[in-house]
Design a protein around this ligand. Structure first.
Ligand SMILES: *[C@@H]1O[C@H](CO)[C@@H](O)[C@H](O)[C@H]1NC(C)=O
Ligand SMILES: *[C@@H]1O[C@H](CO)[C@@H](O)[C@H](O)[C@H]1NC(C)=O
Ligand SMILES: *[C@@H]1O[C@H](CO)[C@@H](O)[C@H](O)[C@H]1NC(C)=O
Length: 734
């Protein structure tokens, strides 16, 4: 041992001189003079290959890639035996080193491997084996289980050889790879196993297995043994069972997705301070002229009745991106939304490079439609394809630019459902092929960990790099067996070794919940306050409402103790009136009223109660969550239980009921919400408070008047002289 160290120091000196003479040496030497070469075999530059090379680079390990862009003849190694081609390529590469007894060669697969240590650590651990050749080990005897009995007994660790990674001296390794003939489609692991299981050869080549994952961690069957050890400097994978920190992580077999998860962290990818990998290979569109922006096809998919579809379309329109670089492909499968789409296309379609529409009457299913979307992209030689389902509200106009600049094969902006942990990605996949929660899922959803995450499943909204659509081997597929389109899409990407990322580096938008959306109503969005509050508020609560709550904002008081607030949008007013007219059963304005428990109304109006259109529960929530907050500001100290039995829309019309005689309300306070426009939709009208001889006639749509009910504010409805005036009344806390 000591003698060998000495000689290698001498060799190192010689080599240092040699390097000066021959600067492009493929053999790297460290200070101690150890010569070290790493080989891998890869025929394609898959995402996994790029990840491997990135990790090698992080740890200053130069890798010689064998077989790149050659045809792969080694069979389907994922699902079957094969890989003989790897042995043959290595044999060819090692020829020139065949007599080198000092040169250390490491071989590693690359598509499903990450390097997490520098050469010095690898060599130190290799020396500790006191072997000439060390192969990684695993718990499965593959591909020939009957060979298990021939293995030497192991006291600690995994017993069987895995050929995904090995290290050894060039002279011995060359003898091994050239020991017997092997063909491309033969199994490389079986080849090496046979040599190892031959006691004479094992002795001759001084072969050992890395049973306890000192260097090589084969993950198959060992997932539960592994844990991430976070470190500001370099996060490493730790084998808890053997108490080792392996250098070469091989996500073999079904562990590929777990390796993707680990790959989010190790090899200097991410730390709590910073996501390093997020910044790699990105670029900025700022250097582009608007006319040179990449061409994007945006596929929009309305596959079921969905809340807030006009808003969904508007947000697409609001994406900050040159419209002449965007082709819209719209698949609408719902007759219910035909009007929304038609209006959008009529108003804005002309701004885009082109719009292609598949209407409900064409009856195209979503599997085919999504495929069609990709075809449109190929047809216009797109640079990117952005797919967005109707249940995604993209609130960040920069979303498309951010995704493009991130420069990944497939990337989704994270979107979550309001108030839920539900999102558009999965952190892991269970054995059943469906959702499983990864240990970092909640941190990512809640944003306590920010990054660009390699995940096994994304949905609802994602950007695909156009280069993927140029060849079948990278083409995503929506039609796979009986799978739903989203499952098929992700399964096909996983199968093809294409990484899917989700980013939560920015806020992008949210998912709406579609389950409670009922097309029975004329304007179903009005009923969406429970499931989709942010979208509901955006659509229906007045933009100035929250400003009103600010103690610094002064509240208008047109008459003594009559307060005036903006509360709902004009859209709310319009939709409420239309719901009422659509329902149509206006009361006769008589004292007899069967809708009331008493059967009698003292001061009758022509009206429809909220309860009659099924909006009472929703209205009472508006009362509690919005109106009473305003009330507390102007009538402090009164904590309203927000009860109201009488909530109704009144219709005033010169030929019907034009006015209401003076009266008190049976309420603690009353609100009177103007639902249309004075001077535009009607003439006359307004409310007069007799005690103060004070009238409010220029009522504002979406604004409410709030005044005490039972005492002091004796009031009347002034005559509407032309047109129709609508107001909404609530007697709060009767
Ligand atoms: C995108 O990333 C790839 C590596 O995956 C890199 O080769 C390419 O230059 C990047 N594109 C841009 C425009 O920077
Ligand atoms: C009430 O106000 C109107 C104008 O605002 C005025 O003409 C009228 O005289 C007032 N009536 C009383 C009783 O003060
Ligand atoms: C009522 O309004 C309509 C249109 O706004 C107008 O044409 C008509 O002359 C008005 N009628 C009266 C009696 O003011």
């Amino acid at each position: 041992m000591a003698a060998r160290r000495d000689s290698s120091i001498l060799a190192g000196l010689a080599c240092a001189v040699f390097i000066l003479l021959c600067s492009v040496s493929e053999v790297s030497s460290n200070r101690e003079g150890r010569k070290f070469v790493t080989f891998t075999v890869a025929t394609d530059e898959t995402d996994g290959f790029k990840r491997f090379m990135r990790s090698a680079d992080k740890y200053n390990i130069q890798v010689q890639v064998l077989g790149m862009h050659q045809e792969w003849l080694g069979g389907d190694v994922q699902n079957n035996i094969g890989g003989g081609q790897k042995v043959l390529l290595l044999k060819e590469a090692l020829k020139k080193y065949k007599d080198d007894k000092d040169l250390v060669i490491m071989f590693s697969d690359s598509y499903d491997v990450i390097i997490t240590a520098e050469k010095e650590e690898i060599l130190r651990k290799f020396d500790d084996f006191n072997a000439r050749v060390v192969f990684g080990a695993e718990g499965f005897c593959w591909p020939d289980r009957t060979l298990a009995d021939l293995y030497p007994e192991v006291r600690l660790g995994k017993p069987y050889l895995n050929s995904g990674g090995f290290i050894g001296y060039a002279s011995e390794l060359y003898q091994i790879v050239s020991h017997t003939s092997i063909q491309n489609q033969h199994d490389d692991q079986l080849y090496y196993t046979r040599i190892f299981l031959n006691p004479e050869l094992r002795e001759k080549f001084k072969m050992k297995l890395d049973h306890t994952s000192e260097i090589f961690q084969n993950m198959n069957g060992a997932g539960a043994d592994l844990t991430l050890k976070f470190d500001d400097d370099k996060t490493r994978l730790r084998n808890r069972v053997y108490n080792t920190e392996p250098c070469i992580i091989h996500g073999n077999g079904p562990q590929k997705l777990v390796l993707n998860h680990i790959g989010n962290y190790v090899a200097d990818s991410w730390s709590f301070d910073e996501c390093h990998s997020c910044k790699e290979n990105t670029f900025s569109l700022k250097t582009y002229k608007r006319d040179d922006y990449p061409v994007v096809v945006i596929g929009l998919f309305i596959e079921q009745p969905t809340p807030f579809v006009p808003e969904f379309l508007n947000k697409i329109y609001n994406l900050d991106y040159p419209k002449n670089k965007i082709v819209l492909f719209i698949h609408n499968h719902e007759e219910h939304h035909a009007g929304d789409v038609q209006e959008f296309v009529k108003n804005y379609g002309g701004d885009y490079k082109a719009v292609r529409e598949v209407t409900p009457s064409m009856n195209m299913n979503q599997w085919y439609a999504r495929k069609q979307g990709l075809s449109e992209c190929i047809g216009v030689k797109c640079d990117y394809y952005l797919s967005v389902d109707a249940d995604v509200q993209i609130t960040n106009p920069k979303t498309l630019q951010i995704l493009i600049q991130q420069n990944r094969s497939v990337i989704a902006p994270m979107a979550t459902k309001y108030g839920k942990l539900w999102s558009n990605f999965w952190g892991a996949i269970g054995d059943d092929g469906f959702y499983a929660r990864s240990d970092d899922y909640i941190d990512i959803v809640q944003g306590t960990k920010k990054g660009v995450w390699n995940v096994p499943y994304i949905n609802n909204v994602y950007l695909i790099h156009g280069s993927l659509l140029q060849q079948p081997k990278t083409m995503p597929n929506f039609i796979v067996g009986q799978l739903d389109a989203d499952m098929a899409f992700c399964a096909s990407l996983r199968e093809k070794g294409i990484f899917m990322y989700v980013t939560n580096m920015d806020t992008f938008g949210r998912l709406t919940t579609t389950t409670s959306y009922s097309t029975e109503h004329l304007h179903p969005d009005m009923w969406q306050m429970y499931d989709n509050r942010p979208d509901w508020e955006e659509k229906y609560i007045h933009a100035d409402f929250y400003k009103m709550l600010d103690p610094k904002t002064e509240v208008e008081m047109p008459c003594p103790d009559v307060y005036w607030f903006p509360i709902v949008t004009e859209t709310f007013c319009k939709h409420l009136v239309e719901e009422m007219e659509n329902y149509g059963e206006w009361s006769a304005g008589k004292n007899e009223d069967q809708r009331l428990p008493s059967g009698y109304e003292n001061v009758p109006t022509v009206d429809i109660h909220m309860r009659q259109v099924g909006f009472e529960k929703e209205w009472l929530t508006i009362l509690k969550d919005y109106v009473c907050k305003l009330q507390l500001k102007v009538f402090p100290g009164y904590f309203s239980p927000a009860q109201a039995i009488m909530n109704f829309v009144v219709r005033y019309h010169p030929q019907e009921q034009p006015f209401l005689r003076p009266h008190h309300d049976s309420s603690t306070f009353t609100i009177n919400l103007a639902l249309n426009k004075a001077g535009v939709d009607f003439e006359g009208g307004g409310c007069r408070f007799l005690r103060y001889n004070c009238s409010v006639t220029n009522t504002k749509m979406g604004w409410l008047l709030m005044h005490p009910g039972r005492l002091t504010h004796y009031h009347e409805g002034l005559p509407t002289t032309n047109g129709t005036r609508y107001i909404m009344i609530s007697f709060v806390d009767p």
